[in-house]
Design a protein around this ligand. Structure first.
Ligand code: SF4
Length: 717
C-alpha cells in the first residue's frame, strides 16, 4: 500500500488527506495529522472520498474518452484526442474569425487547481484576446473580493484558523459552518470548550445547526444584513464602544459612514430586520468589546461569514458593512480578531490569485488598471491584454442566450444545474453554436448540452496546488494514474492552445510546476508575493500561507498587525453604502422568501457525493422546509407534495415542517439535480433543481447573483 499526501477537493477548509492506494486503485483515505488546517480530522464527505473513486463508481460515472455529438440531441460518440482538439480549435477559430474574440467565452471552476486556472486565464486573455473567462467562484466569493478591496485595499482575508483559539467573541453571519465547513466548525467547538467565556453570536434567517450553538441568535429577515451592521454601528457610536484612536490612526472616510448610520436607529433596525432592540444592544456590545465585561480590556472579535453575505444583490455592501464594524472597533490585525470570509470551494482563492475572473489579472491585478495590463502583457510576452471588461458568469450566459457569444468552453462545473435562472442558462447552452465541456464525470446536466466532451482527471489523479480560506497553499498530489484517456485540465488547455495558434510560444509547460513557477514570478512585489515559496518547500515544510516573500522561511498568519493597509495612503477605507432591499422581495402573489443552502453530507451538484448511498443517510431526498404554522395554514402534512413556484419556474417536491424555518420562509437544499428534482420553466421547458426558481439579479459591484433569495409561492400539488 502506498500513502500519498494531498488535499480534500470539497471545500475551502482545505483539509489535508492521506490517500491510500494499491497500484491503480485508491483504497482508503485518512486525515493528514500534519496538515495545519485539520490536524488529522475529516468530515463525512472527506472520510468517504476514496469510495467515490472506487472502480465500480468510476465505471458508471467517469468520462473516459473524448466524445463528440454528431448533432444536437444525438448520443455522443467516441472520438480521438487529436480529432477532438482539432475540431475545438476549428470551431473556436471560426467563431473568432467571423465575430471577433469576444464571441467565445470560458466558464471555469473554483475546483480547478491553481495551475489549471492560470493557463485558462492566459489562454483567453493572452492568446485569444478576450477577457470572457469567468468562473463559478463568481457565484461563491466575488462579493467577498469586492468587499475586501473596497475597504482594506486588497483581496486578502486578514485572519487565520488559529484566530479561533484567541477569539473572545465570534460573530457568525450568513454561514452554516456546521454543514458547509464541518472541520472548521469542530475547531470552533474545541476553541469554545477551551474558553467557556467565549460568546457566539449567529445571525441567520434560518436557525441552522450553527445557530444551535449561539449564545445570541439573531433571526434576521433575509437580505437585511446591511441594515443590521449599520444598526450595530449606530449603537456602538451612541454607547461610545468604537475605538476612536484606531479610527483616527488607521482609517479614512468615517464621517460619511457616521452620517449614513445616523438614521439606522435601534427602533428602525429592529423593525426592518425583525429583531429585538435588546438583542441588537447585546450584539453591538459583545462585538465591540469582544464580550469583555472589563471596559478597560477589550477582548477579540472574529467574524466568520460566507454565502449568506456573498450571494446577494447587495453582496459587496454586506461584506463592506461588516468590515466597517471591525475597523470602527479596532477588531482587526490582532490575534482572535478580524473579518474572515470562509471560502466555499476548495480553490476559489487560488483562482483569484491567478486572476481567473473576467475583471481580474494575475496576482490580484485589476483589468481596469492600464499599468496592471501592461505588467501582465510583459510577463506573458504578448503585445497587450485587452482592456474591454470580460463577461461575468451571469452576463456570459445571457450573452450566449442572446446569440452574442457563439462558442462556450465549460470546465469542471455544471452551470445547467448550479447557475441561477436555469431557463436562461439552458437557452444559452442551446443557442451557442459550439459547446465544449471538460469534465471528469458524465453525470452533470451540462454534459447533455455538449457538442464535445473532453475527459479530465480529478482528485487522486492530478498534481498541483490549492489555496484554502486562510491563504494557505497546499499541494494536491496524484496517487493513481488517470483512468481511460482522461487528461489533466492544464494539459488539455495547453494542447488546445497549441492547435488554436500553431507555433505560439505562450504555453511551454510540461509540468504543473513549470506553470506554477510563472505564476510565482507574477506575484513578485504584490500583496500575495510568494517568491519565497517553492514546490520543494511545500514538500519539505508542508502547506504555507501567503504572503511569503523571497528570503523568508514562513508566510504570514495574520495581516495588518501594523495597522498599515495596501491602499494609496496606507489607511483602511470605511465604505458608506446604504441598505437596499432584496432584488425580489416577497409579495402577495409570491408570499414566501425562499433561501437555499448546503446539506451536511452532499457537495455541489452531487456528481461525486451522490454516488454513495451512505451519504444519503443524513438527508435522503429533496424537500421544501417550511415553518409548522405555514404548513398548518396550507393544510399540509409532512411528505405532501407541493408546487414551489417563482416568476421563472416551478418544481414539485415534498413539504417538510422544520423548526429551523421562520414563518413566510422556505428552504430548499442546492444539491438536488434532475434525477431528484425536476421542474418546468414558466414557459413549460424542463428544468432541474432549486435554480429553476432562483433569480439572476446580481450585485452591481461584484456581479455575484442573489442565489440566496427568491420570492415564491407554495401550493399543494
Ligand atoms: Fe473536506 Fe471540507 Fe470536510 Fe475538510 S471540512 S474534509 S475540506 S469537505
Amino acid at each position: 500500500m502506498t500513502d500519498t499526501r494531498s488535499t480534500c477537493p470539497y471545500c475551502g477548509v482545505g483539509c489535508g488527506v492521506i490517500i491510500e492506494s494499491e497500484g491503480t486503485r485508491i483504497t482508503g483515505v485518512r486525515g493528514d495529522p500534519d496538515h495545519p488546517a485539520n490536524v488529522g480530522r475529516l468530515c463525512s464527505k472527506g472520510q468517504t472520498l476514496h469510495l467515490t473513486a472506487a472502480d465500480s463508481v468510476a465505471r458508471q460515472t467517469r468520462l473516459l474518452h473524448p466524445m463528440q455529438r454528431p448533432a444536437r440531441g444525438a448520443a455522443p460518440v467516441r472520438t480521438s484526442w487529436d480529432e477532438a482538439l482539432n475540431l475545438a480549435a476549428r470551431r473556436f477559430n471560426g467563431a473568432i474569425a467571423t465575430h471577433g474574440p469576444d464571441a467565445v467565452g470560458f466558464y471555469i471552476s473554483g475546483q480547478l487547481l491553481t495551475e489549471d486556472y492560470y493557463v485558462f486565464n492566459k489562454l483567453a486573455k493572452g492568446l485569444i484576446g478576450t477577457n470572457n473567462v469567468d468562473t463559478n467562484s463568481r457565484l461563491c466569493m466575488s462579493s467577498a473580493v469586492a468587499g475586501y478591496k473596497l475597504t482594506l485595499g486588497a483581496d486578502a482575508p486578514p485572519a487565520c484558523y488559529d484566530d479561533l483559539n484567541h477569539a473572545d467573541c465570534l460573530f457568525i453571519v450568513g454561514s452554516n459552518a456546521a454543514f458547509a465547513h464541518p472541520v472548521l466548525f469542530r475547531r470552533l467547538e474545541d476553541a469554545r470548550r477551551a474558553n467557556p467565556d467565549m460568546k457566539v453570536i449567529v445571525a441567520d434567517p434560518r436557525r441552522t445547526d450553527t445557530a444551535g450553538i449561539a449564545d445570541l441568535y439573531l433571526p434576521l429577515q433575509p437580505g437585511t444584513d446591511v441594515m443590521l451592521f449599520h444598526g450595530l454601528l449606530h449603537i456602538m457610536l451612541w454607547e461610545g464602544w468604537t475605538d476612536a484612536a484606531y479610527i483616527e490612526r488607521h482609517t479614512s472616510g468615517f464621517d460619511a459612514l457616521k452620517a449614513l448610520v445616523r438614521e439606522c436607529t435601534p427602533e428602525r433596525v429592529a423593525q426592518v430586520c425583525g429583531l429585538t432592540e435588546e438583542d441588537l444592544f447585546t450584539a453591538a456590545r459583545w462585538f465591540a468589546t469582544g464580550a469583555s465585561t472589563d471596559p478597560q480590556a477589550r477582548g477579540a472579535t472574529l467574524s466568520l461569514y460566507c454565502q449568506g453575505l456573498n450571494q446577494s444583490s447587495s453582496g459587496t455592501a454586506k461584506n463592506a458593512s461588516l468590515i466597517n464594524l471591525h475597523l470602527a472597533t479596532g477588531q482587526i490585525g490582532k490575534p482572535g480578531a478580524g473579518p474572515f470570509s470562509l471560502t466555499g470551494q476548495p480553490n476559489a482563492m487560488g483562482g483569484r490569485e491567478v486572476g481567473g475572473l473576467a475583471n481580474l489579472l494575475s496576482a490580484h491585478r485589476d483589468l481596469a488598471n492600464p499599468a496592471h495590463r501592461a505588467e501582465v502583457a510583459a510577463l506573458w510576452g504578448v503585445q497587450s491584454v485587452p482592456d474591454k471588461p470580460g463577461l461575468t458568469a451571469v452576463e456570459l450566459f445571457e450573452a450566449a442566450a442572446d446569440g452574442a457569444v457563439k462558442a462556450l468552453w465549460i470546465a469542471c462545473t455544471n452551470p445547467a444545474q448550479s447557475m441561477p435562472d436555469q431557463r436562461t442558462v439552458r437557452r444559452a447552452l442551446q443557442r451557442a453554436e459550439f459547446v465544449v465541456v471538460q469534465e471528469a464525470f458524465t453525470t452533470p446536466a451540462t454534459c447533455d448540452f455538449a457538442d464535445l466532451l473532453l475527459p479530465a482527471t480529478t482528485w487522486g489523479e492530478k498534481e498541483g496546488t490549492v489555496t484554502n480560506s486562510e491563504r494557505r497553499i497546499s499541494r494536491v498530489r496524484a496517487a493513481v494514474p488517470p483512468p481511460g484517456e482522461a487528461r489533466h485540465d492544464w494539459r488539455i488547455v495547453v494542447d488546445f492552445a497549441r492547435r488554436l495558434r500553431p507555433g505560439n510560444t505562450l504555453f511551454p509547460y510540461d509540468t504543473p510546476e513549470s506553470i506554477w513557477l510563472e505564476h510565482r514570478e507574477s506575484t513578485r512585489g504584490r500583496d500575495l508575493d510568494i517568491t519565497g515559496l517553492s514546490y520543494a518547500m511545500l514538500e519539505q515544510q508542508g502547506p504555507q500561507q501567503w504572503p511569503l516573500r523571497e528570503g523568508l522561511s514562513e508566510g504570514k498568519a495574520r495581516l495588518y498587525e501594523d495597522g498599515v493597509f495596501p491602499t494609496a495612503d496606507g489607511r483602511a477605507r470605511f465604505a458608506a453604502l446604504p441598505y437596499k432591499p432584496l432584488a425580489e422581495p416577497r409579495e402577495s402573489r409570491y408570499p414566501f422568501s425562499l433561501t437555499t443552502g448546503r446539506l451536511r453530507d452532499q457537495w455541489h451538484g452531487m456528481s461525486r457525493t451522490g454516488t454513495l448511498g451512505r451519504l444519503f443517510g443524513h438527508v435522503a431526498e429533496p424537500a421544501v422546509q417550511l415553518n409548522a404554522r405555514d404548513m398548518e395554514r396550507l393544510a399540509l402534512a409532512d411528505g405532501d407534495l407541493v408546487h414551489v413556484t417563482s416568476k421563472r419556474g416551478s418544481i414539485v417536491l415534498p413539504a417538510q415542517a422544520s423548526e429551523q424555518i421562520a414563518p413566510a420562509q422556505a428552504f430548499i437544499a442546492m444539491h438536488w439535480g434532475a434525477e431528484y428534482l425536476s421542474g418546468l420553466s414558466s414557459s413549460g421547458e424542463p428544468l432541474a433543481g432549486v435554480n429553476a426558481l432562483t433569480t439572476s439579479a446580481y450585485c452591481p459591484s461584484s456581479k455575484q447573483p442573489e442565489l440566496k433569495h427568491a420570492a415564491v409561492k407554495v401550493l399543494k400539488a
